[in-house]
Design a protein. Structure first.
Length: 132
C-alpha cells in the first residue's frame, strides 16, 4: 500500500479522519477498511495520534476568530455596518463596540489614577532593626 504523508498509509489517514468525525474508533476502523479490533491499537500509534492532533489544531484555527477579525468586526459594528447591510440606527451596540475598541487600543485612562496617584505606604521597621 502506498505511504501517505508523515508515514501514514491512506487507510490510516482515512481511519483517523473518520475517528475524528464519528468519535467511534471501531466504526471508523471498519469504514476505513480495517477489522474492528484494529481500532484500539491504531489510536495509540504515534503517527496516527500526531496526524489527529494536527487535524484538530487546524480545525480550531479555522473556527476561532483572530484578534484582527474581532477588531475589524467591532469597527464595523461601531460604524453601524453589519456584513455590508445598511447602517444600523440603534446606537447601543455601536457604543459598546466603541467602548471595547477603546479599551483594547488603550484610548481610555482612569482619571482618578492620573490625578490622584496611590499614596505611598510607609513601613515602620526601625523598631525591628533596633532589637537586633
Amino acid at each position: 500500500m502506498e505511504q501517505g504523508t508523515r508515514g501514514l498509509t491512506e487507510r490510516q489517514r482515512r481511519f483517523a479522519d473518520l475517528y475524528l468525525e464519528l468519535g467511534n474508533a471501531a466504526e471508523a476502523a471498519e469504514r476505513a477498511g480495517f477489522k474492528r479490533s484494529y481500532a484500539q491499537g491504531a489510536k495509540r500509534q504515534p503517527a496516527v495520534q500526531a496526524y489527529m492532533q494536527k487535524r484538530l489544531s487546524e480545525a480550531r484555527e479555522r473556527n476561532i476568530a483572530s484578534a484582527d477579525e474581532v477588531l475589524a468586526f467591532l469597527t464595523d459594528v461601531m460604524r453601524g455596518v453589519y456584513d455590508g447591510e445598511k447602517p444600523e440606527r440603534n446606537s447601543s451596540p455601536r457604543m459598546k463596540a466603541a467602548e471595547l475598541l477603546g479599551r483594547r487600543l488603550g484610548v481610555f485612562t482612569d482619571v482618578n489614577s492620573v490625578l490622584r496617584p496611590e499614596p505611598p505606604v510607609l513601613v515602620d521597621d526601625i523598631a525591628a532593626n533596633a532589637a537586633e
